[in-house]
Write a protein that binds this ligand. Structure first.
Ligand code: PRP
Ligand code: URA
Length: 209
């Protein structure tokens, strides 16, 4: 079974509480999603491999560490996942970005895929799928299926808020992937919204409602 980790740094908890407030503006919401994604990035990227490199300091020659050039891809689930991309790119600016477009059918809560645009060598990349909300888990499961069908195998999923129901569904469907979230909330309501949650992440991020 992959790792399940709640990244509960005090700065993340503080920013997440502001994000959850219903009166937080679209501008602040957008900035906070990016900031939290960046802070989570320190933990999510912890396993990046290092290699030795010989360097010269002003004093001497020494062998130190550098990133081993692992190929990375950040894959946001549209729309709301887009909000997390810049925060992670600020840590790994050379990462490629793929997009998977998906929305939930409001009646059935089943995800509907409408766009897949990925780096050509996605099967050789270490992939970080990002979406602020892991609710029923349907969107995450389908996005990861889409990636696996294209040969991807090294996948981590990063959410800001997760429901226990969604974590279970995702772990059962894809036991090999690591899941990171900034908060594990109580439950889903009858409309599939996370409680207490933060509402509709896409609408709040883009100001569409
Ligand atoms: C939201 C969210 C996730 C999905 C999570 O997207 O960004 O992708 O719901 O729900 P699930 O775990 O039950 O699948 P939404 O369908 O609202 O689309 P949008 O981002 O385009 O608004
Ligand atoms: N999608 C959202 O944007 N919010 C939820 O609470 C559940 C799914």
């Amino acid at each position: 079974m992959g790792k399940f980790q709640v990244i509960s740094h005090p700065l993340i908890q503080h920013k997440l509480s502001i994000l959850r407030r219903k009166n937080t503006s679209t501008k602040d919401f957008r900035e906070l999603v990016n900031e939290i994604a960046m802070l989570m990035g320190y933990e999510v990227l912890r396993d990046l491999p290092l290699e030795d490199v010989e360097i010269e300091t002003p004093i001497t020659t020494t062998v130190q560490k550098q990133l081993a050039g692992k190929k990375l891809a950040i894959v946001p689930i549209l729309r709301a996942g887009i909000g997390m991309v810049d925060g992670l790119l600020s840590l790994v600016p050379a990462a490629k970005v793929g997009h998977i477009g998906m929305y939930r059918n409001e009646e059935t809560l089943q995800p509907v895929e409408y766009l897949v645009k990925l780096p050509e060598d996605i099967d050789h990349r270490h992939i970080f799928v990002v979406d602020p909300m892991l609710a029923t888990g349907g969107s995450a499961v389908m996005a990861i299926e889409t990636l696996k069908k294209r040969g991807a195998s090294n996948i981590k999923f990063v959410a800001l808020v997760a429901a226990p129901e969604g974590v279970k569904v995702l772990q059962e469907a894809h036991p090999d992937i690591d899941i990171y979230t900034a908060a594990l909330d109580e439950r889903l309501d009858e409309k599939g919204y996370i409680v207490p949650g933060l509402g509709d992440a896409g609408d709040r991020l883009f100001g569409t409602k």
